[in-house]
Design a protein around this ligand. Structure first.
Ligand code: FEO
Length: 396
């Protein structure tokens, strides 16, 4: 059965949610699922804005056919070519062979990389700032390269003042009936997943996100329709300001994230003692995680969120413990920066994890490493408590 909703004048939601998928992009856990949003505007001409992932294609096609009724589809605007939004384009073209595929030159080139049908026959290539009028509605295309792929653009409908924002302003999490962010307690239910989505998917491209925010600041926007998660029609500045903080790599909150890799619990014990010391020093946001237990995407998100961090790792095969090394490389790949960090190394012989963690962290921009690195020989001893307290004080 179709499941669509009118969201503003002539504009229908035709997407759907997937709660079965365990790993988004086959890497990020999504316990709350994910939505693949797609929109149709019914005007003198009909317009589809992006398609959906294979997993929800059946629901999507049913929705699309229902909303169009006897009408044919005139345009499909492709804001983003990644298959979680493009996968169903070939079905759409098969159903509506005369449809014009609207995208920039890169969009059309990449569509041809993914599909075998002749996209050139349907292509309507647009340039930055160009518009298409469909009657009442005028759609203007604003390029947003690397948010999150090079071909990405966002589309603004000046009649409804709606920005179709591609991956920007999206979040992990399936939709449950309510489509609008103001119908949820967004801070409680969505913000952590929104942050984790942004940092892990788009976090590397902060400068490009800043460019788009600058372009968007000149536009009168009443509604933001992203490709994942709820639609924004109220308090837009709340979410835009989060994007501004995230894309500038600023800490969202003051606090300390302690991440440890501990084989037999001794490094963990040192971190627990350190956390008590930090609490005594008045630190309230203290988050402690085992890098072997918690998926890296959550850790990266938390480490971006808070102003300070402690990385504590056992030495393993004369290297950093693998889960910690992988986390640090993940942080480097996502351009982790503007933070203050302290390091604890442990080992029973040939202790080297501290030096190697420093080597990775010192390649990151504006990451201040508190010195000295605290070295544990197998376990924390009473005569090291002063050094640990001094590390805590230097950090905060
Ligand atoms: Fe939701 Fe970059 O795709």
């Amino acid at each position: 059965m179709y499941n669509t909703k009118l969201i503003t004048d002539d504009t229908y939601y035709v997407g759907s949610s997937d709660r079965r998928l365990a790993l988004f992009e086959n890497i990020y856990p999504i316990d709350r699922g994910v939505s693949y949003n797609s929109y149709v505007v019914i005007d003198e001409k009909t317009v589809l804005l992006d398609t959906v992932d294979h997993s929800v294609s059946r629901q999507f096609i049913e929705n699309l056919e229902h909303v169009l009724g006897e009408r044919k589809l005139d345009y499909v605007i492709i804001n983003h070519v990644e298959p979680d939004h493009l996968a169903t384009l070939d079905l759409v073209v098969r159903l509506y062979p005369d449809v014009k595929i609207v995208g920039n030159a890169k969009t059309i080139q990449m569509i041809k990389q993914f599909f075998t049908f002749n996209a050139d026959e349907n292509a309507c290539v647009v340039k930055e700032g160009e518009s298409i009028s469909t009657g009442k509605h005028t759609f203007t295309f604003v390029f947003a390269p690397m948010v999150h792929w090079p071909e990405v653009m966002v589309t603004y409908d000046s009649f409804t003042k709606t920005l179709f924002s591609a991956d920007a302003f999206g979040t992990f999490g399936a939709l449950s009936g309510n489509l609008f962010a103001d119908e949820y307690d967004f801070d409680r239910e969505w913000l952590d997943d929104a942050r984790r989505y942004y940092i892990n998917i788009v976090g590397k491209y902060g400068m490009m996100v800043q460019n788009v925010l600058k372009k968007a600041s000149d536009i009168d926007i009443a509604m933001i329709c992203p490709l994942h998660g709820p639609i924004w029609r109220k308090d837009l500045l709340y979410f835009i300001s989060k994007y501004d903080i995230w894309s500038k790599y600023e800490a969202e909150d003051d606090g300390v994230v302690i991440v440890y890799s501990s084989i037999y619990g001794n490094t963990e014990n040192a971190c627990a003692v350190l956390s008590s010391m930090l609490a005594d020093l008045g630190v309230r946001n203290i988050k402690m995680y085992d890098a072997s237990k918690t998926n890296s995407s959550y850790l990266v998100s938390e480490l971006f969120r808070y102003s300070k961090a402690v990385f504590a790792s056992s030495t393993y095969n004369a290297e950093i413990f693998p889960k910690m090394e992988s986390l640090l490389l993940d942080l480097k790949a996502h351009l982790y920066q503007k933070k203050k960090v302290a390091l604890i190394e442990n080992g029973s012989w040939a202790i080297s994890s501290g030096k190697k963690m420093s080597e990775i962290l010192s390649q990151m921009k504006d990451v201040e490493i508190v010195s000295p690195v605290l070295t544990l020989k197998s376990s924390l001893k009473e005569d090291q408590l002063d050094a640990l307290l001094s590390l805590a004080k230097s950090l905060v």
